[in-house]
Design a protein around this ligand. Structure first.
Ligand SMILES: [Zn+2]
Length: 126
């Protein structure tokens, strides 16, 4: 987490950021993101201290927490979507339905992003 002092004409304040996203105390994402079931199995974001909301659909899986720049520019952990697995392998046996939670918890424990859009794209996945 990075810290900087922001100076404005009204005074100054300290702003924290996480991988380039401003740390806030609440979620701010599109309604497609939903609170997770069994949230005790999901760790708290080490930057904003929130549990993530998740968006899982055929063509994508991603998280949203309190680290964001605006509603459409959010810090997000990813995992390969089921359609990507199907397209790549011709089936779904390699699909890990718990993969997004595992990636999220890896991030929470290490601070390192284990899976992003860029990482997936580089492997021909999404
Ligand atoms: Zn966060």
């Amino acid at each position: 987490m990075e810290k900087r002092t922001v100076v404005t004409e009204f005074g100054e304040y300290v702003e924290y950021s996480n991988h380039g996203y401003v740390v806030h105390g609440s979620h701010f994402c599109i309604d497609a993101y939903q609170y997770v079931a069994a949230d005790q199995e999901w760790l708290f974001c080490p930057a904003c201290n929130l549990k993530p909301k998740v968006w899982c659909f055929d063509n994508g899986r991603s998280t949203a927490c309190g680290c964001w720049n605006d509603r459409y520019d959010i810090f997000s952990i990813k995992d390969e979507s089921i359609m990507s697995v199907y397209t790549r392998t011709g089936g779904t046996s390699e699909y890990d339905g718990d993969g997004l939670r595992k990636n999220w918890n890896k991030y929470c424990e290490s601070g390192i992003v284990p899976c992003s859009h860029e990482m997936l794209r580089a492997e021909g996945k999404w």
